[in-house]
Design a protein around this ligand. Structure first.
Ligand code: 9RB
Ligand code: ZN
Length: 371
C-alpha cells in the first residue's frame, strides 16, 4: 500500500492579489489586505508535510499542465477563451464572478492544478499507488462549464474525471465533496451523467447562494446521480460522521464505483474564517478512515483527494497532515493537546437538528441508512 502526493511550488504563485478578504481594498474604510484564497494555508500544509517527516513516506507525483482538449471536455470554448485573454493581460484578470482573480499567466497555474488532480487520479487508476492527495491551487469545485466562480478557475476534479473516463470507457466514479461550500461546479458538469455520482456535504445556505438543496438530484439520464447533504451551521465531527454513515456509505455501496474522488476542503474546520462548522483535525482523520474503508469495500481502496478550500493558516496544515497520515498509515501526530480539547466541545457532538438534516438528505437520495 502506498500514497501518492502532489504539490508544486507554482501553486503558491497563483496570485489572488491585494484584496480585503472578498472585496478589493480601497482608501476609504476598506484597508487592503490579502484575498481569502491566499497561498498561506496551502503552502503551510505542504511545509508541515515536509517538516513532520511524512512527505518522505509518500510517492511524489509530478503534475503536467492539462491541454485545451482536456479542459474542453468540461468547459465551454468561451470560458477557456476568456481565461486565455485575461491571463495574457499584464495584470491578469478574473475567472468570471468578480471573486476569482488571478495574475498574469495564471491560466498556466490553473492548468497545472488540474494536472495535479490528473496525476493523482491516474496514479491510483494505474495501480502505482493505492490512494493519493493532490494539494493543488487554485481550487476547482465551483467552476461551472461556462464560468469560474468562488475562487475557482477550472473544475480540477471534473476535468480529471472526464479525462480518465475518456481513456477508460465505462469507468464509474463517485465524487464526494466535503468542502464546507456546495460542490456546485462538479455537480453541474455531471448533472446529466449517470456514470459520475456527485455527492456534496456542505453548510446549508453558505455558498453559492440558493445551491445544494436535497432536491437537486440531477436530470435526464443523470437523475438520481447527484446527492446533496446540506448540514446546519455548527455541525461538527459527530454530524459529519453521521452523514457519512447514513447517506454516503449506503449510496456509494449501491453505486459501486471504480474509484472515489474527494474534493477536500478544510473550511468545515472549527477554526475556519469562512465556514461555521466544527470539524477538528481528528474529525477529518476519522472521515478519511471511513472513506478508506468504503473504498476498500467497493473499489480496492482506490481513493483520490484533491484540495479545495480551507482558510485557517494555522489549522489547515494540521487537518491536511492528519488526513495524509491516515491515508498512508504513517503514524505522525501533529496535534497539540490544546487543540484536542476541541474534540470534546458540545458542537462536535451529533444533535437532533443534524440528525434531521441527514435524514432528509437520506430520504431525498432514496438510500437506506442504519437507524
Ligand atoms: C459574491 C460573494 C464568496 C465566494 C467564495 C467563497 C468561498 C469559496 C470556497 C465564499 C464567499 C459575495 C460573488 C459574498 O472556499 N469554496 O470552497 N462570496 N462571494 N457577494 N457576492 C456578490
Ligand atoms: Zn470551500
Amino acid at each position: 500500500m502506498s500514497t501518492g502526493y502532489v504539490w508544486h511550488e507554482l501553486y503558491g504563485w497563483h496570485d489572488t492579489g491585494s484584496n480585503a478578504g472578498l472585496l478589493p481594498g480601497d482608501a476609504s474604510l476598506n484597508q487592503p489586505y490579502f484575498h481569502f484564497e491566499s497561498p498561506e494555508s496551502k503552502q503551510r500544509f505542504a511545509s508541515l508535510a515536509e517538516v513532520s517527516g511524512l512527505a518522505e513516506h509518500l510517492v511524489r507525483l509530478n503534475p503536467e499542465p492539462v491541454s485545451d482538449e482536456d479542459i474542453l471536455r468540461c468547459h465551454t470554448p468561451e470560458h477557456l477563451a476568456r481565461l486565455k485573454r485575461e491571463s495574457e493581460a499584464p495584470r491578469g484578470g478574473d475567472a468570471g464572478d468578480g471573486t476569482s482573480p488571478f495574475g498574469h499567466g495564471g491560466l498556466e497555474i490553473a492548468r497545472l492544478a488540474v494536472g495535479g488532480t490528473v496525476a493523482a487520479l491516474d496514479a491510483v487508476l494505474d495501480g502505482l499507488v493505492t490512494n493519493a492527495y493532490a494539494l493543488v491551487r487554485p481550487p476547482g469545485h465551483h467552476a461551472r462549464p461556462e464560468t469560474g466562480m468562488g475562487f475557482c478557475m477550472l473544475g480540477n476534479a471534473a476535468i480529471a474525471v472526464a479525462r480518465a473516463r475518456s481513456m477508460r470507457p465505462g469507468l464509474r466514479v463517485v465524487t464526494m465533496d466535503w468542502d464546507v461550500h456546495h460542490g456546485n461546479g462538479t455537480q453541474s458538469i455531471f448533472w446529466e451523467d449517470p456514470d459520475v455520482l456527485t455527492i456534496s456535504l456542505h453548510q446549508d445556505g453558505l455558498f453559492p447562494a440558493n445551491s445544494g438543496h436535497v432536491t437537486e438530484r440531477g436530470e435526464g439520464r443523470g437523475e438520481g446521480y447527484a446527492i446533496n447533504v446540506p448540514l446546519p451551521a455548527g455541525t461538527g465531527n459527530g454530524g459529519y460522521l453521521h452523514a457519512l454513515e447514513q447517506v454516503v456509505v449506503p449510496a456509494v455501496r449501491r453505486y459501486r464505483p471504480d474509484v472515489i474522488v474527494i474534493p477536500s476542503g478544510f473550511d468545515a474546520s472549527c477554526f475556519d474564517p469562512l465556514g461555521r462548522m466544527a470539524v477538528t483535525a481528528d474529525g477529518f482523520r476519522a472521515m478519511t478512515r471511513v472513506m478508506m474503508e468504503l473504498a476498500d469495500d467497493v473499489c480496492e481502496g482506490r481513493l483520490v483527494l484533491t484540495h479545495e478550500g480551507g482558510y485557517s493558516p494555522v489549522y489547515v496544515p494540521l487537518c491536511g497532515v492528519s488526513v495524509l497520515s491516515e491515508l498512508s498509515g504513517v503514524d505522525v501526530d501533529v496535534i497539540h493537546p490544546l487543540y484536542r480539547t476541541f474534540d470534546e466541545k458540545p458542537e462536535c457532538q451529533l444533535t437532533d437538528g443534524q440528525r434531521a438534516a441527514v435524514a432528509a438528505a437520506r430520504v431525498a437520495a432514496d438510500v437506506e441508512g442504519k437507524e
